[in-house]
Design a protein. Structure first.
Length: 297
């Protein structure tokens, strides 16, 4: 099942019976082109898609599992509580968006699919919605909460450090690293203090920015120069991934610096009808601190 929704598709369904639940998953990456001088919740309250609620990717996560990676999957209980507050039930349809375009919303899409929720990413995010002329809302959002439901987590969609160790020893699926090439090859510093650059032996560099169409992006705003970026076409995605040495139709696992932009790679693979792509939630922050081998060539 494809994971992208167009703004026209969403606009046609808003306000109708059984309309999708719309969730703002904005997260601004500090010290990057995706940084902002305002918080995600303040940006949400300043301008959002009507009826949208906000999802805090940092707060709604199982931080104890990997303390250095704040965006990992929540526990089933955490997810159930957050879903109820957002009015999301097991049979809900959810559209995830962010204020950059396609940046942090794929991470919520990955969270939703991990708990069996029918979810989509709004292609182009809030900038595309505004550019298409659709109405926006502002102020504190009051969402009608739903009952507390039970959700099962598909742990096959989440890798831990032990899975990476097994992969290093015995091989397995392609492991795709979404960080920029400079960080992957050790030529550029990591944004987190004390975190070395480089990569694990055998990982394949697939920078997430390569998968985004930035040519049509509007003028820079709170999301930086890539504001308004959307995912490239399936034909382009396949060509880019294969150009990086990825066998698109073979099993893959995605990772990155802190398990956020790996979801862009997972979404791109999903659009290409590739096998479901798990995400290594410990990401580079956990891996490089683990004492496991690091390469920079």
């Amino acid at each position: 099942m494809r994971g992208l929704a167009s703004v026209a598709w969403l606009a046609e369904r808003l306000g109708k019976p059984a309309a999708p639940r719309v969730v703002d998953a904005t997260w601004f990456l500090p010290n990057s082109p995706f940084a902002s001088s305002v918080t995600a919740i303040n940006a949400h309250e300043a301008c959002r898609i009507p009826g949208a609620t906000h999802w805090d990717l940092d707060a709604i996560s199982e931080a104890e599992a990997a303390p250095n990676t704040p965006h990992n999957l929540p526990t089933p209980q955490q997810f159930a509580v957050a879903a109820a507050k957002a009015g999301i039930a097991p049979g809900s349809q959810v559209v995830c968006y962010d204020q950059v375009g396609v940046f942090s919303s794929p991470r919520l899409w990955h969270t939703m699919r991990s708990f069996g929720v029918d979810a989509y990413v709004l292609d182009g995010g809030l900038p595309a919605w505004i550019e298409a002329g659709y109405a926006t809302d502002s102020g504190p959002c009051i969402t009608e909460a739903g009952p507390l439901s039970t959700f099962a987590r598909d742990d096959a969609l989440q890798w831990r450090l032990a899975d990476v160790k097994n992969w290093l020893d015995a091989g397995g699926p392609q492991v795709l690293d979404a960080r920029p090439a400079g960080r992957f090859y050790g030529n550029a510093p990591e944004p987190r203090a004390g975190c070395r650059s480089g990569h694990a032996p055998g990982m394949v560099n697939t920078p997430f920015l390569d998968l985004l169409d930035k040519a049509a992006a509007p003028a820079p705003g709170p999301g930086g120069p890539f504001r308004g970026a959307n995912l490239k076409s399936v034909k382009e995605l396949r060509a880019i991934l294969e150009g990086h040495g990825v066998s698109v139709d073979e099993p893959s696992v995605a990772t990155c610096g802190s398990c956020l932009t790996a979801a862009v790679v997972a979404l791109a693979l999903n659009e290409c009808d590739a096998p479901p792509c798990p995400i290594y939630d410990g990401a580079w922050c956990e891996y490089e601190a683990s004492g496991l081998p690091v390469r920079s060539e």
